[in-house]
Design a protein around this ligand. Structure first.
Ligand code: DGI
Ligand code: FE
Ligand code: FE
Length: 195
């Protein structure tokens, strides 16, 4: 992969602010890859492309979701902010021949997470949440957790996002709840019977 070519393509497709966000996510994800022993090459590619379709037209993304059997129609019943990851996972295979399922999945699920997240999924999901440009309430606690515990940091990020959405009376995509529940069980142990 020609990383300089990818970066110049991204600069053309994204706004300046979104491009800078992408570089910060990539830098943050690369540090997480070293701390938690993940392939830096896979992490670099997934991070660079994670918001590749962030500004694609809604009409174009909708058509892709409707016509592509890999992309669930359920996405169309939820907020269009959830579409850019799944659509990007398709586009990068078409345009850059990225066939690695792990990379495609990390991009697909970067907004919501999912049950049984891989280490790569977790690194991209978390880097997107804690990159230094983010100012979400509670993000500093997550940054601190991310120094030592990847799964617990993802749990805190997933929980914060769902709480934020519920506070605003927004819908929550099922995969976001699946991520929350699975990470909760990974952090606190499964089949707890305390309530
Ligand atoms: O693309 P970014 O802005 O870097 O970050 P992102 O891909 O995590 O997208 C964030 C947006 O997605 C933010 O507005 C919250 C929203 N979001 C995340 N999970 C859900 C969600 N929106 C809905 N409706 N449901 C979700 O489960
Ligand atoms: Fe995104
Ligand atoms: Fe992002």
């Amino acid at each position: 992969m020609d990383i300089e070519k990818v970066k110049s393509d991204l600069q053309e497709r994204l706004t300046e602010a979104r491009y800078e966000h992408t570089l910060r996510v990539t830098d943050t994800a690369m540090k997480l890859a070293e701390t938690f022993h993940e392939s830096t090459e896979k992490v670099r590619i997934a991070a660079l492309f994670h918001d590749y379709c962030k500004y694609d037209s809604l009409d174009e993304m909708k058509k892709e979701i409707q016509s592509n059997s890999v992309l669930p129609d359920l996405l169309l019943s939820y907020h269009h902010e959830l579409w850019h990851g799944p659509v990007a996972s398709i586009r990068i295979e078409e345009k850059y021949a990225v066939t690695d399922q792990e990379i495609k999945d990390a991009i697909f699920f970067h907004t919501t997470g999912r049950a049984n997240m891989t280490k790569l999924d977790k690194i991209i999901f978390l880097a997107d949440y804690i990159e230094p440009g983010r100012a979400f309430p509670g993000v500093d606690e997550v940054r601190n957790t991310a120094k030592t515990d990847l799964t617990r940091a993802c749990y805190q990020a997933a929980r914060n996002t769902i709480l934020f959405l519920m506070e605003k009376n927004r819908t929550v995509y099922p995969a976001s709840f699946h991520a929350y529940n699975d990470l909760n069980q990974q952090v606190f142990g499964g089949n707890r019977n305390e309530y």
